[in-house]
Write a protein that binds this ligand. Structure first.
Ligand SMILES: [Zn+2]
Length: 597
């Protein structure tokens, strides 16, 4: 049998066309680097190739959705948000064809690992189409599946070999004093040829202070801090340093190299990262990575640890930009400013921080600052553009947080049945269900996969059974009444099993379909929904954020002109865009507004 023939022509997923089922296609694209490295096509190019191939299909898809993972490897164990969403949509029956440029986009893990992952998809009668390889994979074609296994193993081994080769080369370079990462701020990489132990010349990159551009900026930052230390000025902060660097016209690396982030401005966290980097004092160090809220390791360095020798002394590895003594003084200043140290990113402490929700009227994000009763959110605009507000825009943290909580809880309590509010509640429900689905236990997922696979097998069996009958009828009908009864009995059996199975699937769906837990959020006795003892008052910051995220898309703050800001009710300065882009304060939605409790 010629394997290539089993699958060669690929006008459209054959069986779907034969059964007349509507094609709900998902195009999955992925790129491991954010920039095109040359070794793999950009996600835009992948998408284009897939869509182009789909135009050749005899039956056009009813719906096409694109799932994109950018800057995500399929070789390492990292989260792939779009891929996870794709799996969920397949399980929910929203997708029946997955289209990829090459199978390596879906996975670079071992064949067995990947097959375990893809099996539930294929069992759900999904077809996977690789347009670059001209292949279609589905559970009914055993030969194509075997071919898929070989292909996946080849993809994995290619990645493994590449990864091992890169590791070995990095180890050799490091052993010869080379630097294998991206140069930290203040430094540049200088190419040098050094001799390996076996006499072979090796091209290494040596970390060298960037005397022309970045090292002077590092020294300037340290000088600014030293002035504050000397004069005893307690008002200094990394944010102030960032503003001063802007004022003095120093360029960030992004702006100077004009490559990835040509608009990059100085930010407090950048300044802090530079100041805490032991390499500017010439010390060898390693970065410690943080964790995401879900507990998985993040790719952000949260702390630098100095590498020490046998005596516990720091290992000097690079020419220092500032002396170790000066660097230590600066560290002390930083520690005193941020008691508890460690958390040098300055963890945002406001409910509305780090959720990309609160914006100033000028379009800039607002971030949290201040302490005690003076906690506020402030516009982080860097440069005034024509027509924008002058001066700062700030709003009291407590006021705006409580205003938003009241508005949302009033919406939940009112459960209005009119247009705009219904849209918001429906969107919030969908978001809530998705949140819960993401936390759904693996066991439920497995059970559902098993039930759906069983159901699709059963449907297959019934189709065969009916095909048998058609063949019998074409050949002159059943031989006798016994044969007819046997056919009817089997039909009844299959139908009964289908009913039982559907009931089990429905039960499982019901146990996982979730209504908004209104009774949890609202006080039972009709008391103040954010008062003492209320859900809001007791909720953690993350719970509050997740709650607001369900209902709100964007909150915009206007500058308080007439009064100095204080005493002006938050509500009079805030515009809310509700879930799904709904504006309830729009006059067209007037009269549908749940009032403020
Ligand atoms: Zn602003």
């Amino acid at each position: 049998m010629d394997i290539s023939d089993s699958n060669a022509a690929l006008p459209a997923p054959a069986r779907l066309v034969a059964t007349g089922m509507a094609i709900h296609a998902a195009v999955y694209v992925r790129q491991s680097e954010r920039r095109t490295t040359g070794s793999e096509a950009s996600t835009a190019a992948q998408r284009e190739e897939c869509l182009k191939a789909m135009q050749q299909w005899a039956v056009p898809p009813t719906r096409v959705e694109v799932y994109e993972d950018l800057g995500v490897s399929a070789f390492k164990n990292v989260a792939r948000p779009a891929y996870e969403q794709l799996l969920r949509d397949v399980r929910a029956g929203r997708i029946n064809v997955i289209v990829v440029h090459y199978m390596s986009r879906l996975s670079r893990k071992t064949a067995m690992e990947t097959f375990d992952q893809l099996r539930p998809l294929l069992m759900n009668r999904v077809r996977i189409v690789s347009v670059g390889e001209h292949r279609e994979f589905h559970a009914d074609n055993q030969i194509a599946l075997m071919e898929l296994l070989f292909k996946l193993q080849a993809n994995h081994e290619e990645s493994l070999n590449k990864s091992l080769a890169i590791k070995a080369a990095k180890a050799l370079e490091a052993g010869l004093g080379g630097y294998t990462g991206k140069a930290p701020f203040g430094f540049t990489l200088v190419h040098e040829t050094r001799m390996a132990a076996d006499g072979r010349p090796v091209n290494v990159k040596v970390l060298t202070p960037d005397a022309e551009h970045e090292a002077p900026i590092v020294r300037r930052i340290v000088e600014i801090v030293e002035t504050w230390i000397t004069t005893g000025d307690p008002s200094g902060s990394c944010w102030k340093i960032a503003r001063q660097l802007e004022a003095e016209g120093h360029l960030t690396r992004g702006k100077r190299s004009a490559q990835q982030r040509p608009d990059a401005l100085w930010e407090a966290k950048t300044v802090k990262r530079i100041l805490t980097d032991p390499r500017i004092a010439g010390f060898a160090c390693e970065g410690l990575y943080g964790f995401r809220p879900d507990g998985s390791p993040s790719n952000k360095i949260v702390e630098y640890r100095i590498i020490r020798d046998g005596n516990g002394d720091p290992v000097s590895a690079y020419p220092p930009i500032v002396s170790p003594q000066r660097w230590r003084r600066v560290q002390e200043w930083l520690m005193n400013r941020h008691p508890g140290g460690g958390d040098w990113q300055g963890r945002p402490s406001g409910v509305l921080s780090a959720m990309k929700l609160l914006y100033c009227e000028c379009g800039a994000l607002m971030t949290h600052g201040g302490s005690g009763a003076k906690k506020h959110y402030r516009c982080r605009r860097r440069a005034v553009k024509p027509g924008q507000h002058t001066g700062e825009v700030t709003i009291g943290a407590k006021g705006v947080e409580e205003y938003l909580a009241r508005r949302v809880l009033a919406m939940v309590a009112a459960s209005r049945s009119d247009g705009a509010a219904v849209t918001v509640l429906a969107n919030a429900s969908t978001r809530y269900a998705r949140d819960q689905e993401q936390q759904e236990s693996e066991q439920v997922t497995k059970e559902r996969d098993a039930l759906l696979a069983e159901r699709s097998d059963l449907r297959h069996a019934r189709q065969q059974h009916h095909a048998d009958k058609r063949r019998i009828m074409l050949n002159g009908g059943f031989a006798d009444d016994v044969a007819r009864d046997e056919w009817d009995e089997t039909e009844q059996l299959l139908a009964d099993r289908m009913v039982t199975l559907d009931a089990r699937i429905a039960r499982l769906e019901n146990s996982t379909r979730l209504e908004l837990p209104r009774s949890v959020w609202l006080p039972r006795d009709g008391s103040d929904p954010i008062g003492p003892g209320s859900w809001w008052a007791l909720a953690t910051r993350n719970d509050k954020r997740a709650f607001l995220r369900l209902f709100l898309d964007r909150v915009e703050v206007r500058k308080a002109y007439r009064h100095a800001g204080r005493g002006v009710p938050a509500g009079s300065r805030v515009s809310i865009t509700w879930a799904g882009g709904v504006n309830l304060d729009d006059p067209r939605n007037a009269g549908q507004l749940p009032g403020i409790v």
